[in-house]
Design a binder for this molecule. Structure first.
Ligand code: ADP
Ligand code: ZN
Length: 601
């Protein structure tokens, strides 16, 4: 299998669990493979398909996903086809005859198509190696993306007795896993569940102070990189996107209020790298396999950690460093709460619980990787992930937090536990707001007690006290109350943790995964290679990352090969791509090295 991996994909080693998953396929034992986005699920069925006799069937929910994968496979020299409604009659019959002649190793199909009678007949006369079900959680009501057409797949075992079924998903929960096995009628399946940690993603969460400024700060670190900016509302998408374009960023919008044509155009431009940034509601993302998304920004809090995991997970699928920024506000909590207001009581309670856990994550000041993993029932080894704001020491704690907390708590008490966080922060910072003057709260002993700090900083501390249980917010209007734990702070018996105001930055050690990916890479050469790649991609009408992934380009800019043999050593360069593109890239590398006085390998 290693030889197959090198020959077609140009990879030297398997990613975690790929080897085990491939063994299941080779031995014909049914399987359920759960790996996070970017975990390399596709290779688990594509690689063994090349080593086995017969045709492998892959069931996939979306035409865009099928097209992407088949294009990528063809680029690698793998005989893969898809049969879907976009093919012309002629293309279809051509494809059928290629399958008949045994020239095809992998065929991608929708669930509806494989279950049509005529088609099942056709396949029964074709020697099959196995059937793979991609995005298998779509079969379960318990998943977040149930698709009725997936239910028909329950007949596969009867239609194709003796053919093994392998299912793949990124949805980790136990009920979904059980349901997949049940619905597909799997026989004693091997269940492989990978770690859901994404060590190459850097997670940060901080309060939203100015949406535009905070977003621009991230964008400016990533000139020319692809990234996604999520907003909760369509209106925010339009406003933010317009503001970014005005400032010269190459951004386009995406939301359900646009025409299907406009949406598709913007999505295609993003994939083709004609634009850098897509500003979108969560309507965007399903079926986007783009591997080199370098950052995902949330300008509002998602409604659950499941959503956050999925959306932020679209960054860095290629395993290279990528950033996930979350800018939240207490107002987001209220917005979601009103949006989930009309659900049935049981569902409502679950939704509310998920929302609270999401908010705790935002205001939390412990390791983000750990917090996310624990939510999904897994644990993280080690104490410092080196890839989140907490572990990178960007969330440095303020000394004297006890004094500050006591000032805040006594202000809540002086306000007779009748006001919310914004108002309380205004009083503490000595605001001249009309309401405060009308209420004569400028005469409270706690008025202006924290006036050396900005209102946003104090507002943030209030949330931090809430998340640690020292202040309680009333259910309905978010009025602040002091629970027993808060009184213990007032008496000096407990000390809360509070963050330093954001402008003070400390630098801590960046994790290995992130440092390694740039180790020894000549950035100038990388940029030049990227340009060559996008020229080739445009000419061929393919997404750039299908020609070569970012990992391959970085490895070229690291090794600087001068021969075809050297070029083949580069990760992500298989035999076919070496033949097809090797000379162009080698020439560029040589020219660059000569003109920059660099040694070649
Ligand atoms: P998933 O479907 O699980 O989200 P993909 O199959 O799209 O993940 O793979 C994610 C990325 O990892 C792709 O860019 C792919 O080329 C890369 N990849 C997969 N297997 C390997 C491997 N063995 N070595 C290096 N890169 C790999
Ligand atoms: Zn961490």
């Amino acid at each position: 299998m290693k030889a197959v991996l090198k020959k077609y994909w140009g990879f030297d080693d398997f990613l975690p669990l790929q080897e085990e998953a491939i063994k299941c396929v080779l031995s014909g034992r049914d399987s359920i493979v759960v790996l996070p986005t970017g975990g390399g699920k596709s290779l688990c069925f594509q690689a063994p398909a090349m080593a086995m006799d017969g045709l492998a069937i892959v069931v996939s929910p979306l035409i865009s996903l099928m097209k992407d994968q088949v294009d990528a496979l063809s680029e690698c020299g793998v005989a893969a086809v898809r049969i879907d409604s976009t093919l012309t009659g002629r293309e279809k019959s051509e494809t059928f005859s290629r399958i008949r002649r045994g020239e095809v190793k992998i065929v991608y199909l929708s669930p509806e198509r494989i279950m049509t009678e005529g088609f099942t007949e056709f396949l029964r006369d074709t020697p099959l190696s196995f059937i793979a079900i991609d995005e298998a959680h779509c079969i379960s009501h318990w998943g977040h993306d149930f698709r009725p057409e997936y239910r028909q797949l329950g007949r596969l075992k009867r239609c194709f007795p003796g053919v093994a079924l392998h299912s793949y998903t990124a949805t980790a929960t136990e009920p979904v896993r059980k349901d997949i096995a049940l619905q597909l009628g799997l026989k004693n399946p091997e269940v492989l569940v990978g770690s859901f940690d994404r060590p190459n993603l850097i997670y940060r969460a901080c309060r939203r102070t100015s949406r535009l400024k905070q977003v621009c700060r991230v964008l400016d670190k990533h000139p020319g990189d692809s990234g996604i900016v999520y907003c909760i509302r369509r209106r925010d998408v339009d406003d933010l996107c317009a503001a970014l374009r005005e400032r010269g960023y190459r951004a386009v919008p995406y939301h359900a209020g646009m025409t299907a044509g406009d949406r598709k155009q913007n999505q295609d431009d993003f994939i083709a790298e004609k634009i850098d940034i897509i500003v979108a509601t969560i309507a965007f993302g399903m079926g986007i396999d783009k591997s080199n998304v370098r950052y995902v920004i949330h300008t509002g809090m998602p409604k659950s950690l499941e959503h956050y995991q999925q959306e932020s997970g679209r960054a860095g699928r290629d395993g290279l460093d990528a950033e996930c920024h979350l800018f939240y506000s207490g107002g987001d909590y209220a917005v979601w709460k009103s949006l989930i207001g009309d659900l049935e009581p049981e569902v409502h309670a679950i939704a509310l619980e998920k929302l609270s856990r999401m908010y705790d994550y935002c205001t939390g000041i412990t390791c983000r990787h750990k917090a996310l993993l624990e939510y999904f029932g897994q644990t993280l080894e080690g104490n410092n992930c080196g890839a989140c704001d907490a572990c990178l020491d960007e969330l440095s704690l303020i000394e004297g937090s006890l004094v500050i907390a006591r000032k805040i708590l006594s202000c809540v008490v002086r306000l007779r536990e009748r006001f919310g966080g914004d108002y309380t922060a205004q009083v503490l910072t000595g605001s001249q707001d009309k309401r405060i003057l009308q209420n004569s709260h400028d005469r409270l002993s706690t008025y202006g007690l924290l006036s050396e700090f900005s209102r946003n900083v104090v507002r943030g501390w209030i949330e931090q006290l809430v998340s640690q249980g020292y202040i309680r917010k009333s259910e309905d209007y978010g009025v602040l109350k002091v629970p027993p734990a808060g009184w213990r702070v007032m008496k000096g018996e407990e000390t809360p943790r509070l963050l330093k105001p954001p402008e003070k930055k400390a630098r801590a050690a960046v994790s290995r995964a992130i440092k390694d990916s740039w180790e020894g890479v000549d950035r100038g050469l990388f940029e030049a290679l990227r340009e060559l790649r996008s020229g080739i991609a445009a000419k061929k009408g393919l997404p750039a990352y299908i020609v070569f992934g970012d990992a391959a380009l970085r490895d070229m800019a690291r090794r600087r090969p001068s021969t075809r043999a050297g070029f083949l050593q580069v990760t992500g360069v298989g035999e076919k791509k070496c033949r097809r593109y090797g000379d162009d890239f080698l020439e560029l590398i040589k020219d660059y090295c000569v003109s920059h006085g660099l040694e070649v390998e």
